[in-house]
Design a protein around this ligand. Structure first.
Ligand code: ADP
Ligand code: UDP
Length: 238
């Protein structure tokens, strides 16, 4: 049997994609499909950590947060990621997987705090680690949390599962003539202001030489194919 291309990966799941076709919240069928995809990868023996977004529940820069103090709105966004993390961990439990949620902000009655050595231990034990509450700081995003935690745990790649199937020359939802890159350098992605990920996340991954692969969350089997080393989505590299 062919071996997976990676030993340890950091998967960033879009909060917004968890909505499926609903207008907000968590769509049951969508989360179950995600868990099934994730379980395939875990069965291959790949150590998997997950950062999940919160845009399906609350986004600090959304119209609903207008007029609010930005930092307060961002803390609400971080709490939204905690809810998504708990939902994901529970869906994994129902699927027979073992997951641990670790939060960047302390709410110890709800989830355990993020402690790096403990996270590494869980990964070595084959448990899925879900990092909740982003970076724990306002003015950041869960993409940056993925870059940060990915660097901290020594992941070989950050896999960004999102609504689009890769990085395009312009936002494909706004510009139908946009074309998809098979690969692009961090410097080009940053200088062209490609909005698929924020510049902070790109810059951190660039400095740490941590590649990112952007791929579609709705495409069946995409995650497994990537982990097996196949070409899927867009590779952002140094
Ligand atoms: N150059 C681009 N290539 C691909 N997607 C882009 C680009 N520019 C903007 N986007 C938009 O970025 C979105 C993904 O970013 P974001 O909404 O932050 O995702 P997530 O919720 O997965 O973190 C896509 O749905 C797409 O509309
Ligand atoms: O380190 C972080 C991560 C997230 N957030 C807040 O949490 C929201 C939800 O995260 P994000 O927008 O990254 O989620 P996604 O796009 O994946 O749904 C953001 O809008 C921010 O308001 C934050 O303040 N700091």
């Amino acid at each position: 049997m062919t071996q997976p291309a990676y030993k340890r990966v950091l998967l960033k799941l879009s909060g917004e994609a968890l909505m499926g076709d609903d207008s907000y919240g968590i769509n049951r069928a969508t989360i179950e499909r995600m868990v099934a995809d994730v379980s395939e990868v875990v069965k291959m023996g790949v150590e998997l950590a997950i950062v999940i977004g919160g845009g399906n529940i609350f986004r600090g820069v959304a119209p609903g947060a207008q007029g609010m103090d930005r930092a307060t709105a961002d803390y609400m966004g971080m709490l939204a990621t905690v809810m998504n993390s708990l939902a994901l961990a529970d869906a994994m439990r129902q699927f027979g997987m073992v997951a641990r949620v670790m939060s960047a902000i302390s709410i110890e009655q709800v989830v355990e705090p993020y402690v790096r050595p403990k996270a590494l231990q869980y990964l070595e034990e084959g448990k899925v680690v879900i990092f909740a509450a982003g970076t724990g700081n306002p003015f950041f995003t869960t993409d940056t949390a993925a870059a940060l935690r990915g660097s901290e745990i020594g992941a070989e790649v950050v896999l960004k599962a999102t609504k689009v199937d890769g990085v395009y020359s312009a936002d494909p939802n706004k510009d139908p003539t946009a074309t998809r890159y098979a690969s692009i350098s961090f410097d080009d992605a940053i200088s062209q202001h490609l909005q698929v990920m924020d510049a902070t996340a790109f810059a951190l991954c660039r400095d740490q030489k941590l590649p990112i692969r952007v791929f579609s969350i709705v495409k069946p089997g995409a995650l497994s194919r990537i982990v097996m080393g196949e070409d899927e989505g867009t590779l952002v590299h140094v």
